[in-house]
Design a protein around this ligand. Structure first.
Ligand code: ZN
Length: 306
């Protein structure tokens, strides 16, 4: 008897890194790793990742140079890749990080949203992890309870309020969003927002609200965006989406009616598409499917092959 294989992970998920979460509290061990020449640093600057550009871009990973660690506003322990411990370093305080001697000429700071689809899977996952965690640090310098400054703790996987009378602990957050393929068996709904790249059409998506189940959020968002009631909400897969701080939770849902009423504050347009139309997508400025590294594309691909 053969076991069913696991579904393939989405891009940015399940990379090669072992997070070694049990080591985060061992401040002495973590500090010693920063002076180990085998250690590697993943530089981030204002939410941009350092990469070698080209048709097949790859991350620039640096040795633990004191010059880099001295200027970093935040250093967080990511885990191990093979035997090398990896840390993310936030170089945002520097105006021209490329001028730092350890970096000079080795690559450019690029937006993962742009280069992501061209990266190898494990590289994309590593850069998304570093970018997402440092973005959280950059937005949580003050306690949401009492307003006092916070400081990094647990090797960068927590922030603590510096006001002893408060002492609140804050944990890295990722905001859940549902993304759903609405079908009627033979067709699916794709919509388009005016701000998207020319021609791009995609499935519907929206943030989960407090007090909602994921299924509730799917039903509400579909109702709000296209005025269609759905049932048979089924989970597909998930994807970290650190742009800036989400996890996309992918579903399919069956439409109970086919009349679409677009909310113009949410979408520019939406309509039903057949398999034949999607398979014949010209992938140009008149019509294109979502980017290949997105769960939106995976939901469509799974439906086409299912
Ligand atoms: Zn506080």
């Amino acid at each position: 008897m053969t076991e069913r294989s696991e579904p393939r992970p989405n891009f940015y998920a399940s990379g090669a890194i072992d997070r070694l979460s049990g080591q985060r509290r061992d401040a002495g061990w973590v500090a010693a790793r920063l002076s180990d020449p085998e250690t590697r640093l993943v530089p981030v600057w204002r939410s941009h990742n350092l990469v070698v550009e080209g048709a097949s871009p790859r991350p620039v990973i640096l040795a633990p140079e004191p010059a880099l660690l001295a200027v970093a506003s935040t250093v967080v322990f990511l885990g191990s890749v093979g035997t090398a411990m990896h840390f993310a370093v936030d170089l945002s305080p520097i105006e021209e990080p490329q001028a730092l001697p350890p970096i000079n000429g080795s690559g450019i700071f690029a937006d993962l949203r742009t280069v992501g689809p061209l990266l190898a899977h494990d590289d994309g996952a590593l850069l998304a992890y570093a970018r997402g965690l440092l973005h959280w640090h950059s937005r949580h310098g003050f306690c949401g309870v009492c307003g006092s400054p916070t400081e990094s703790a647990e090797s960068g996987h927590q922030r603590r309020c510096t006001n002893a009378a408060c002492g609140a602990q804050h944990f890295p957050r990722t905001d859940p969003a549902v993304i759903m393929l609405v079908h009627d068996g033979d067709r699916i709904v794709l919509g388009r927002q005016a701000v998207w790249p020319p021609g791009m059409h995609s499935v519907l998506a929206g943030f989960v609200e407090p007090g909602e189940s994921l299924e509730d959020a799917v039903r509400r968002e579909v109702g709000e965006e296209i005025g269609v009631a759905v049932d048979q909400v089924r989970y597909n897969s998930s994807q970290p989406w650190p742009f800036p701080a989400s996890i996309m939770l992918g579903f399919s849902a069956r439409a109970r009616g086919t009349t679409i009423q677009v909310d113009p504050s949410e979408l520019e347009t939406a309509r039903w598409y057949t398999r034949a139309e999607l398979l014949a997508s010209p992938e140009n400025e008149t019509f294109r499917l979502p980017r290949r590294d997105s769960i939106a594309r995976r939901l469509i691909a799974d439906w086409l092959t299912g």
